[in-house]
Design a protein around this ligand. Structure first.
Ligand code: GLY
Length: 568
């Protein structure tokens, strides 16, 4: 395993900022790039290269987005894939508009609000996390296909080719995939296709560096390249998906697949320090809460307090905590429950919340409205792309937990998601990860489960400024907000904004989580004295950010990960 090195970095002469150094043998250049024309930051080296090669062949940013999506599906099969779904934010310089697309999975038509409960009303967390009942109707292929038809330039089949080649030729097994395989081998080893693709004959995980080849997935991608989205939602691939689920008495049907539709949504947006922030609206909670956190902090002069000072961390933690109360209370699929987006983002409301924050004492979870909080798991992926014309995309995609449901549609290489676990099994019920669920996020047929994915685009005077996002469930929201704070409020360079120590507070559990390399001991002591329940914990974010500065792009792929920032 590669050891992580930690160091302390000084910004200016007054404020000390802890940053995490790249893993051994992977210098900062891998994670940071500067370029005049185009830039890609993703969690996969092959993905960043493939997306840039699509642009080099004359493709536009949407072509590059499609290439990146299919390639990352192959390169990070534990995090994302065509058996899952996602979101896209797209800034188009021609009409100066930011588009939001929702290709999130949806609950099958036969789903019911009590499908995960025993007869006497007890929850069964494993049922929504592993196996056929965890599977929601995948949306990724429909999303990519429809978005490409509207905005793409190169032929569909050409831009999928890098993903087909990667699946067929393979890539060396890397650390995060190795860890995910160790974690899920008990499920993968009982599935013949999963076992032969990812494990050794005795069910153990191959050693790092072993070639990972996904031939069946290559064949499925070839079909999709030739026939478009139909190849996934109808015909033999659809039959195999439904057979995998129905043979174990699951509920996904051919009609669910046939009827899947992507949705265009209106992004949530807000003015912030001379910039305009656009992010993903419901069914993601992400955009609303990223904006809420930043707007609650805006009236305070955080810059004068200093990054990672006791006062700045205290206010940030309290703002995060307050935002998560709203998440549990109001958020869900807007097609099923009214989500008061305008009210949650109104200046009056956010000023009120900001004033309620005690500048010296931690908020206590039990003094805030105790409403249950929906859970999401910690995996997923994100990439950002920018091109020479100033267009930007930010896309977060997922099959939810590592290797999703663990169900593979035989002969297709498709790993099916476990996105049903992003619903609440019942109001107030705790799941495997200790979080509890809210009313607006109960299972309903054709409903989209609540997400935290927060692909975000920032513009300045209608020109590109920044594109970013991250994996890691509820932590996505706070990691994205902190990266914006570091870059915009504290004027930190982009690399330091991404690499700096992060905190996370999500109201329940009432903990202030601080990630390595942590804060200075006197700041952590002062936070405890103010009533924060400080714990040290890995947060799992992997920010992929691009910023426009000095007439060029700066790209940063989180040095905590195995990604690549690449420009030309
Ligand atoms: N499944 C993770 C999320 O949607 O937030």
């Amino acid at each position: 395993m590669l050891a992580m090195l930690f160091l302390t970095f000084f910004v200016g002469c007054t404020h000390r900022v802890n940053i995490v150094a790249p893993a051994e043998n992977m210098g900062r250049p891998k994670y940071e790039a500067f370029a005049k024309n185009s830039m890609v930051t993703s969690q996969g080296e092959a993905t960043s290269r493939a997306a840039l090669s699509t642009i080099a062949k004359g493709g536009n940013i949407i072509d590059a987005f499609v290439t990146a999506s299919f390639t990352i599906s192959v390169e990070r099969p534990h995090s994302t894939g065509i058996g899952g779904g996602g979101f896209l934010l797209y800034f188009n310089t021609v009409d100066k508009k930011v588009y939001a697309f929702d290709f999130r999975e949806i609950a099958p038509v036969l789903a019911t609000s009590d499908m995960f409960l025993t007869e006497d009303g007890k929850t069964q967390p494993l049922l929504s996390q592993e196996g056929v009942f965890a599977v929601a109707t995948p949306g990724l292929v429909a999303g990519l296909y429809d978005i490409h038809r509207r905005f793409g330039k190169l032929p569909w089949k050409d831009i999928i080719q890098p993903a087909i080649d990667l699946a067929r030729n393979g890539f060396p097994l890397y650390e995060q995939l190795y860890i995910a395989l160790q974690d899920r081998k008990h499920i993968l080893s009982v599935d013949p296709e999963a076992k032969s693709t990812f494990l050794l004959n005795d069910g153990s995980v191959p050693k790092m560096g072993t070639l990972v080849v996904q031939e069946n997935l290559a064949k499925t991608l070839e079909l999709i390249a030739l026939q478009g989205k139909q190849a996934f939602y109808k015909g033999k691939v659809a039959d195999a998906i439904v057979k995998a689920v129905r043979s174990k008495r699951g509920i996904l049907t051919l009609k669910d697949l046939r009827d899947y539709r992507m949705k265009e949504r209106l992004p949530v947006s807000a003015a912030y320090k001379g910039l305009k922030i656009f992010s993903m609206p419901p069914p993601s909670s992400g955009g609303i809460h990223v904006i809420q956190i930043l707007k609650m902090l805006e009236p305070h002069n955080l810059k004068a307090m200093g990054p990672q000072s006791t006062d700045a961390v205290h206010l940030t933690a309290n703002s995060m905590q307050r935002a998560f109360v709203d998440r549990a209370t109001y958020l869900g699929d807007p097609d099923f429950n009214h989500v008061p987006v305008k009210e949650l983002l109104s200046s009056k409301y956010l000023e009120k919340l900001s004033k309620e924050i005690d500048t010296k004492k931690a908020l206590r979870a039990d003094t805030l409205k105790p409403i249950a909080l929906p859970y999401e798991s910690s995996d997923t992926t994100h990439f950002s792309i920018a091109d020479k014309d100033g267009n930007m995309v930010a896309s977060t995609q997922t099959i939810n937990g590592w290797f999703g449901s663990g169900v593979i549609a035989q002969g297709t290489g498709i790993i099916l998601n476990n996105e049903m676990d992003d619903f609440a099994q019942k109001v107030g019920a705790q799941n495997l990860f200790g979080a509890v669920g809210g009313n607006n996020n109960l299972v309903e047929p054709k409903k989209r489960p609540l997400s935290s994915m927060s692909p975000t685009i920032i513009t300045k005077d209608e020109k590109p400024f920044m594109a970013l996002g991250s994996p890691s469930g509820t932590r996505i929201i706070t990691c994205v907000a902190q990266t914006i704070l570091n870059s915009v409020e504290f004027d930190m360079p982009l690399y330091e904004s991404v690499a700096a120590t992060r905190i996370h507070q999500q109201w329940q559990p009432d903990l202030l989580k601080i990630e390595a390399p942590y804060l200075s001991s006197h700041v952590e002591k002062a936070l405890k004295e103010r009533g924060h329940n400080v714990v040290h914990e890995k947060l799992g974010c992997s920010i992929q950010a691009i910023k426009r500065e000095n007439n060029q792009w700066t790209g940063v792929s989180d040095p905590r990960g195995e990604g690549l920032a690449l420009g030309n």
